[in-house]
Design a protein around this ligand. Structure first.
Ligand SMILES: [Cu+2]
Length: 276
């Protein structure tokens, strides 16, 4: 049974190892998972939802065909007047309830996993703007904007509509917490390979997390209609080794240094103390 399901998934419905870390032409199903969170989502889809929905669809199709043949007009000159059958009514209430309960258990487990953020190794703040993303690494005091690269400026192997000028870098196998907000209208920060998608809401900070399990470049897009250039504010994440991350961080601290506000904060705190 498992093998048959695997073959069906491979042929039609899910991503396979053939698909990499960005959307592909004619793709069906998910992108390749690159985090434990996304692996759980794919498992839930492939081995819980898909078998259940397939079974229900096939069963209902069978019932319709059976009824069409068995109760066709030519064989049933006098129509049946049956309107109630207690056994069947109990069954068609109880069985769907049981199916929902069986689905609810792994579903809630998954939701809980996504919602509980482990101790973060790295925190990134993503701010949605019309129409680009701004990023900050609050612990490193760096920040930069990330604009899409125009089609005419793309280098070889850079995907159209997904490449940005300043990519985010994160180390592999580390817990990355992402704080997500927006400056103007609703946006959404989404990265399919990591199983991450959160609304970016002005005046509110949403949180999510991921732990990338392999190195590479991963692509996502704004996933909330945010205006005329909604399709042109991609998200690019480079997952690198710890050494490469340290090298990038060193450069980034020169290139993207934010104004050091710690002394200002001290002044403000002192003033508040005086007032009290
Ligand atoms: Cu947007």
């Amino acid at each position: 049974m498992k093998n048959i399901l695997k073959i069906i998934s491979f042929l039609f419905l899910t991503s396979s190892s053939v698909l990499a870390d960005q959307p592909k032409n004619w793709q069906l199903g998910f992108q390749d998972p690159a985090s434990t969170g996304m692996e759980s989502i794919v498992w839930f889809h492939d081995y819980m939802l898909l078998p259940v929905t397939t079974a229900i669809t096939v069963f209902v199709l069978f019932l319709i065909l059976y009824a069409c043949v068995k109760f066709r007009a030519s064989k049933n000159k006098v129509a049946s007047t049956t309107s109630h059958n207690t056994t069947i009514e109990v069954l068609w209430t109880l069985i769907p309830c049981l199916i929902l309960i069986v689905l609810a258990v792994p579903s809630f487990k998954l939701l809980y996993e996504q919602d509980t953020i482990p101790k973060a190794d790295i925190t990134i703040k993503a701010v949605g703007y019309q129409w680009y993303w701004g990023y900050e690494y609050p612990d490193e005091n760096i920040g930069f904007d990330s604009y899409m690269v125009d089609e005419k400026d793309l280098k070889a192997n850079q995907p159209r509509l997904l490449t940005v000028d300043n990519e985010i870098y994160v180390p592999v196998n580390k817990v990355v917490k992402v704080l997500i907000t927006a400056n103007d209208v609703l946006h959404a920060w989404a990265l399919p390979s990591f199983g991450v998608k959160r609304d970016a809401i002005p005046g509110r900070i949403n949180e999510t997390w991921f732990k990338a399990e392999k190195t590479g470049t991963f692509y996502g897009q704004c996933s909330e209609l945010c205006g005329i250039k909604h399709a042109f504010m991609p998200i690019t994440v480079n997952v690198v080794t710890e050494d490469e991350y340290a090298t990038w961080l060193n450069d980034a601290k020169q290139k993207f240094a934010l104004e050091d506000t710690s002394s200002n904060i001290k002044v403000v705190k002192n003033e508040i103390k005086k007032l009290n």
